[in-house]
Each structure stands twice: as C-alpha cells, then as structure tokens.
Design a protein around this ligand. Structure first.
Ligand code: GTP
Length: 348
C-alpha cells in the first residue's frame, strides 16, 4: 500500500538556537546528511511516496532544499501564515492529503529506524483510529508519557510531566492517523495533537501504541543533537562511506566523518569524533575533535576546535581557539587569534 506522509516542520526550534536562527531543524546535518534527506529516504522505504512538509519558519530555505534534486521528488510544501501547532497543519493540508487513509505523520526532529511497514500493518489490524510509536526511555520528563494496557492500547497520555517517574514509554513523534482523526481537528487555529487530540482518542480506547526498539533520537536540543550525531558516528554499518580530499600528512583519529568536497590541510589533526559536513575546509595545522561543523565552514590555520558545534559558512580565524562546549552560529567570523572560553555561545 502506498501512503502519504506529513512532516511537522514549522516550529521555531528555540532550543537549537543560535544554530537554528539561520537553518531550519530539518536541514540540520546528521552525520553530514541533512535530516530531511534521511527522513525522506526512510519514509520511502516505508512506502510513503508523497511527503508534505508543513512549514512556516525559515520556509524559504526548506523550499530551496526541496527544489534541489536530492530531496525533491514527491515532496510538497504546505506553508502556514501563522503557526498552527502540531495538529492544525494536518487540517490545513487536508486537500493535499485528500482521500488518503491512513496518513503517516512525523515530528520533524526525530531520527529513527522505525519499521513503518510493520507499524502500518499493525495499525490496520488494530481497529484503532490512530497509532503512536512509543519508545522506552530512562527519564520521561522531557517527553509525552504514555500508559499502555496489556494490548498496547494507550490508556493515559500526559505531555511533559515535571514528575520524575523513572523509566517509561514516551511518544516517539511518529503516528499513523485515520482520516476521521484529521476531521476531529478544529479548522483555522493552532491545535496541539498531544494536548487536544490524543487524550480524547486515549479516552475512547482508539489510540494504539506501537513499541519501537531500534534507534530513536529527538534532536530538538543541542545536547541531544550532539549525542545523536556521535552515537550514529560510532554505529557500525550506519553511515554511507564518504570521504573528501584528505591531505596525506594530516593525522586522523577515528571515528570521523568527512563530507563531500572537504579539504584538509597539511599537519592538521582531525578526530577523534569530528564530523565535518560537505565543503568544510580545515587549513594547515588546525586541530578539531569531539565537534560538529556544518557545511562550507572554514577552520583557519593552526586553529583549535574542541567539543563544539559550528554552524554553516562560519570562519574560525587563524590561531583562534574554540573551547569545549561552545556553539557558534552559522555565517559568523571568529577573528584571528581569538580564544573563546569553554561554553561560549556566538550569535549571528
Ligand atoms: P522548540 O521551540 O525548541 O520547542 O522547538 P519546536 O517548536 O520546533 O519543536 P517541538 O518539539 O515543540 O515540536 C515538535 C515538532 O512539531 C517539530 O518538528 C516542530 O517543527 C513541529 N511544530 C511545532 N509547532 C509547529 C507549528 O506551529 N507548525 C508546524 N507546521 N509544525 C510545528
């Protein structure tokens, strides 16, 4: 069965600032590949051949990406004039989703290897109006906590409870919704699926949980984004084996990732745990480890970058030092010789 999918991609990603000031969350590179590319490929494997991106914030950048050949075919944009929350975009796109039953809905900050075919099959057989992928975590507080009965029906749903109840099942942000659920969403205003729709379905016994046990990351916070990258970097067999141009005299300590067209100068030291997106230039004598660099940035001669994230098209000057835990926004220049203390945040 071919399906249509909708990716919720219109949030402001405030917890990823300042990196998200110039780049929508869906274009954040996950080990060098934009999240949207990974998502569309994953949705395609699950028979989702048409994808609607529900956007408003930084939609021009997403539009350009969708227009480019990599993620383009079968992808449509639905642009909100004002943010419609996690439910309103489904109502807004109901013409694009017309006649589809069921529809796959995905939060635009999830990186996972959920088996969509199996999820859809289980949903079809369950008689539920909606199925929610659930994932087991040690601390449920930052997430939507779900309570399941012995048939995996969701009988309780509590969004971001401040109480620490220890390990439990949480909403993993990937849903299968029948058309009647989309019809439940009020028109023309912001609606939260999590607060307004799922609790009602749970009460009616029409919300099924589907337990996912592979990998799952919510990349909505900088720390979680870094963890997802580093764990995926270390995961054998997960990465496409790409490499850029590496100077023979530079020193490498694995694991590292070099995107297409990276240039690495003489006497530089890359790694361990350095992820450089496409087109990054590491000049002579520069050192980088435990860090992520977005595309087209430049690390100047003899600069040092430790445990940090550097946005796209940023230049780190000659002899500059970026201390551990720093976040440098995209399109920034750190002057030659400057030392940024650990934990520095540099805005655009
Ligand atoms: P924070 O500001 O850091 O909370 O991030 P966020 O609002 O981008 O993400 P949140 O985790 O709150 O939302 C979950 C998903 O829903 C994300 O993929 C968001 O992009 C998306 N989302 C949130 N609000 C909207 C909205 O008003 N419209 C659309 N289309 N998507 C939304």
């Amino acid at each position: 069965m071919l399906l249509k999918g909708l990716i919720l991609a219109g949030g402001y990603a405030t917890r990823l600032r300042p990196l998200s000031c110039t780049k929508p969350k869906l274009l954040f590179p996950l080990v060098g590949t934009p999240l949207i590319e990974r998502m569309i490929e994953w949705l395609g494997r699950g028979n989702v051949k048409e994808v609607i991106l529900a956007v408003n914030h930084l939609s021009d950048k997403l539009r350009m990406e969708v227009g480019s050949k990599k993620s383009g075919s079968g992808v449509f944009l639905s642009v909100e004039e004002t943010p419609l929350g996690t439910g309103g975009p489904l109502r807004l796109a109901d013409k694009l989703l017309a006649g589809e039953n069921p529809v796959v809905v995905v939060n635009g900050d999830v990186a996972a290897d959920i088996d969509l075919e199996s999820l859809t099959r289980t949903h079809e057989m369950s008689g539920a109006d909606a199925s929610m992928t659930v994932f087991s975590v040690r601390d449920t507080r930052p997430f939507g906590l779900v309570t399941l009965d012995s048939d995996d029906r969701i009988v309780g749903f509590e969004e971001k409870s401040p109480l620490n109840r220890g390990p439990g099942w949480i909403n993993a942000g990937v849903y299968i919704l029948n058309q009647n659920v989309i019809e439940m969403i009020p028109k023309g205003r912001a609606v939260s699926l999590e607060r307004e729709i799922f609790p009602v379905l749970a009460k009616r016994g029409k919300l099924k949980g589907w337990k996912h046990s592979g990998f799952w990351y919510d990349i909505g916070k900088v720390q979680d984004y870094v963890t997802a990258n580093m764990e995926l970097l270390a995961r054998p067999g997960y990465l496409p084996g790409r490499s850029g141009g590496l100077a023979p005299i530079s020193s490498i300590e694995q694991p590292i990732y070099l995107g297409d067209g990276c240039l690495v100068g003489k006497d530089s030291k890359i790694g361990p745990r350095a992820i450089l997106s496409a087109g990054v230039k590491v000049k002579r004598g520069a050192k980088i480890h435990d860090s992520i660099v977005f595309e087209e940035s430049v690390l100047g001669e003899n600069s040092l970058v430790e445990g940090s994230v550097i946005g796209e098209a940023t230049t780190i000057g000659k002899n500059a030092v970026v201390g551990s835990g720093s976040i440098i926004a995209g399109e920034v220049t750190v002057p030659d010789g400057m030392t940024l203390k650990p934990g520095s945040i540099v805005l655009n």
